[in-house]
Design a protein around this ligand. Sequence first.
Ligand code: DOR
Ligand code: ZN
Length: 348
Amino acid sequence: MTVLRLTRPDDWHLHVRDGAALAAVIPFTAARFARAIIMPNLKPPITTTALAEAYRGRILAALPPGARFEPLMSLYLTDRTDPEEISRAKGSGFVHGAKIYPAGATTHSDAGVTDVRRLDAVLARMEELDLVLQVHGELTDPAVDVFEREPRFIEQVLAPLAQRHPRLRIVLEHISTITAVQFVLGAREGIAATVTPQHLLMNRNALFAGGIRPHHYCLPVLKAERHRAALLAAVAGGSRRLFLGTDSAPHGRRTKEIACGCAGIFSAHAGIELYAEAFEEAGALEKLEGFAAFHGADFYRLPRNTGTITLARESWEVPACYPFGPDELVPLRAGERIHWRLSGAAAA
Ligand code: DOR
Ligand code: ZN
């Protein structure tokens, strides 16, 4: 049997929610990943260092006994964020980035940024203190086609912003299009991207396979096959600008299987195994470790992990659902098979 031993990976884009939902999902991530950037889109959002500190405490308290896992916090930027808050965040040692959600772009983004020009003072402070900017890169103008929102955002918002702040380090999150791949690979120093398992493994046909598939709905929405192929080729190329960010985004079954369902795919139950499948498909398993364990740590200027995990080329059936507080959670590949299995982890 093929066995793959990797430096313990990190997840550079993760939603863990709060309360009972947090307790239900955090063990999956802690079993695989040493650290994760925790997305701040709670209700209400994590807009201050004080809120991030309290949330970090709740995450640590929800870890299974003996787990070794470090939550890396991110602040939610709004039109009213004060540059002083950026200084507090940087000084905390536990906030590693701040995130732009264009207002209305996705789950719990109504408090998000209406016009990035309003953030110029905040971004200037981030640039000065070297706090990473994380970006949900979709234009929210309802007149823009949903499949074109990422390319239009890059042209109209992100490229000019990156020029106005030439030393600001930026992660374009969950890239989904050829435009994004080309932008990131060709951009100035200090620009990188996370890539999700769903955008590497599925195209938009997965939304409509035999009927409408709410559990494959996420934002940015899955794209056409040529975009998936470009993303896969890019990560297989081993660029240090691309790294692992699952965007695992749990929503209970009752909020997914309804007339107007939430965006988000839960993948933390197989948060490294799914990438092994993708890299294997691309014939690039030897590039998985850099993508999963090195590129993100280097970009965020954090030490690389020293422990290891072991994956075996062994197929297993994903449960139909997992407990999720009073609801249940339908994971990616529910009732189907995944071809890599986590077989060991050793924290250093
Ligand atoms: O699909 C998504 N779900 N995309 C996002 O940007 C947010 C996330 C969530 O929080 O559910
Ligand atoms: Zn996300």
